[in-house]
Design a protein around this ligand. Structure first.
Ligand code: ATP
Ligand code: MG
Length: 175
């Protein structure tokens, strides 16, 4: 069964900005996440069968949510998870609403979403337990879509394949 998750998948320009930000950090221990893999997980689904995937996609088709922006400005680390991350300083309510809607889509497909408090982040390195928290030069990211991603792991690491992107509506189109 494919292993899937909903994510914010950066456009190429934003991805190149994240790459430059990571490049400019002091050299860190651990295993860096390849630039092509940088993303923000919205809801992790895990192994999903064909019927569940159809329910998930139909549920996502029905989401009507506004676009929003994220300003990525923080560097930090979770020692228990052994990951270093970049994160927004402020979590917009529109992001929390989107995650809540996707969790409900996930439950409708018979999957149990992660119920821990949601902390949006881009994992930039693994197997790392200590990073000095810092502010980075803010990176502005206009979020105008959310995506369903397939994760394929082997000994060399994970590859992510975007399967579907769904648009978020821009407030200028609200009529
Ligand atoms: P690997 O597990 O092969 O080391 P990975 O963690 O990058 O690689 P996945 O486990 O498929 O790949 O995870 C995809 C995304 O979902 C990552 O952002 C990961 O942090 C997140 N994720 C994975 N498992 C969970 C979980 N149980 N709860 C919340 N998010 C998760
Ligand atoms: Mg994992």
């Amino acid at each position: 069964m494919p292993r899937l998750f909903f994510a914010l998948w950066p456009d190429d320009l934003t991805r190149s900005r994240f790459a430059a930000a990571v490049e400019s950090l002091p050299k860190m221990p651990g295993r860096p996440v390849p630039v092509r893999n940088l993303h923000v997980t919205l809801v992790f689904l895990g192994g999903v069968n064909a019927e569940q995937q159809q329910v998930l996609q139909q549920g996502a088709d029905g989401i009507h949510a506004p676009s929003f922006s994220l300003t990525i400005s923080q560097l930090g680390c979770w020692p228990h998870a052994a990951v270093a991350w970049l994160a927004p300083g402020v979590v917009p309510p529109a992001l929390v609403d989107l995650v809540t809607q996707l969790q409900s889509v996930c439950r409708n497909a018979g999957l149990e979403p992660d119920t821990r408090p949601y902390h949006p982040h881009l994992t930039i390195a693994r197997k790392i337990r200590r990073v000095a928290p810092a502010n980075i030069d803010p990176i502005f990211w206009q979020i105008s879509r959310f995506s369903l991603i397939k994760s394929v792991s082997d000994r060399a690491g994970s590859e992510y394949h975007p399967l579907v992107h769904w648009p978020l509506f821009s407030s200028s189109n609200m009529g």
